[in-house]
Design a protein around this ligand. Structure first.
Ligand code: GDP
Length: 196
């Protein structure tokens, strides 16, 4: 499968430190605590692949993983962490915007949102930056196991109704790292992005 056995390649502090693109890239982004590192670990089948720093105020790194097919997974710093100084937060945001709007090798964005609090203002900001590029976004509504079946179906329908505001290349699904559910769907979407 596509994601399994992705290998860690490099950690960098700023997008401008990324080496020149060496194949297509798929970015992972999400609010801090949305479940991004859990989702990445679940998808690649490792337990400690995305070693994102949880220390408040510490510079978060961009971690790059290389997949079998030569494409890279780019794990972006979580955004919106409330306890970091405003200047640091703004710097992260600028860094993310820069990468998302300018990286030519970027094929698509996986945006992780907690299924209990989807489409926060910062999530909407990410969509506003990225969607105009015409490249696809796939939203993972994470921690779906925390909702009942009917509540999660309602959230999925609600988010699906709102997404066309940002473009027609945006898809969404439920995901649970705990239950390992939604992996095949996510993988098939990303495979579709990489198809020639
Ligand atoms: P990140 O900051 O976005 O990388 O979030 P993490 O992956 O570190 O997850 C944040 C918190 O949510 C942790 O306490 C995880 O254990 C929890 N979490 C993540 N994914 C799931 C999930 O699928 N189900 C449940 N119940 N909890 C989850």
């Amino acid at each position: 499968s596509l994601f399994r056995h992705a290998r860690f390649e490099i950690s960098i502090a700023r997008p401008q430190d990324l080496p020149p693109a060496n194949g297509p890239e798929i970015a992972f982004a999400g609010r801090s605590n949305a479940g991004k590192s859990s989702a990445l670990n679940t998808l690649v089948g490792h337990t400690r692949l995305a070693f994102v720093s949880k220390t408040p105020g510490r510079t978060q790194l961009i971690n790059v993983f290389r997949m079998h097919n030569g494409a890279a997974l780019v794990d972006l710093p979580g955004y919106g962490y409330a306890k970091v100084p405003e200047a640091v937060r703004l710097q992260w945001v600028r860094l993310l915007e820069n990468y998302l709007t300018r990286r030519e090798s970027l094929m698509g964005l996986i945006l992780i949102m907690d299924s209990r609090h989807p489409l926060t203002p910062l999530d909407q900001q990410m969509l506003s930056w990225f969607a105009p590029s015409g490249r696809p976004v796939h939203v993972l509504l994470s921690k779906a196991d925390k909702l009942t079946r009917s509540a999660s179906a309602q959230v999925l329908a609600k988010v699906r109704r709102e997404l066309p505001k940002w473009g027609d290349q945006i898809t969404v699904q439920l995901f649970s790292s705990l239950k390992k559910s939604g992996m095949e769907e996510a993988e098939s979407i990303v495979s579709g992005w990489m198809a020639p």
